[in-house]
Design a protein around this ligand. Structure first.
Ligand code: FES
Length: 81
């Protein structure tokens, strides 16, 4: 399996070509993807594209990270503490 490189909050991480973004983020140690308007942490929940809990900003647009495959050069923004 090929390795691709994505940037998360400006930091480069390695991912496996064809894997979903949520899997790459969790493996890299990102447990929280964003915060709700009330400040609650949000991350992977259903893992199959139905709940929208895993929304994350990629190249300026919101995507469901559990059904979005990684691609070389992807720019990802997560809300860190
Ligand atoms: S975890 Fe439910 S849509 Fe991604």
């Amino acid at each position: 399996m090929e390795t691709v490189h994505i940037r998360v909050n400006g930091r480069e991480i390695e991912a496996r070509e064809g894997e979903m973004l949520a899997a790459a983020l969790l493996r890299a140690g990102f447990k929280v993807f964003r915060k709700s308007p009330g400040g609650s942490p949000r991350s992977l929940f259903c893992g199959m594209g139905t709940c929208f809990e895993c929304l994350i900003k990629v190249d300026g647009s919101w995507v469901r990270s559990c059904i979005t495959p990684v691609r070389e050069g992807m720019e990802v923004e997560v809300e860190e503490d």
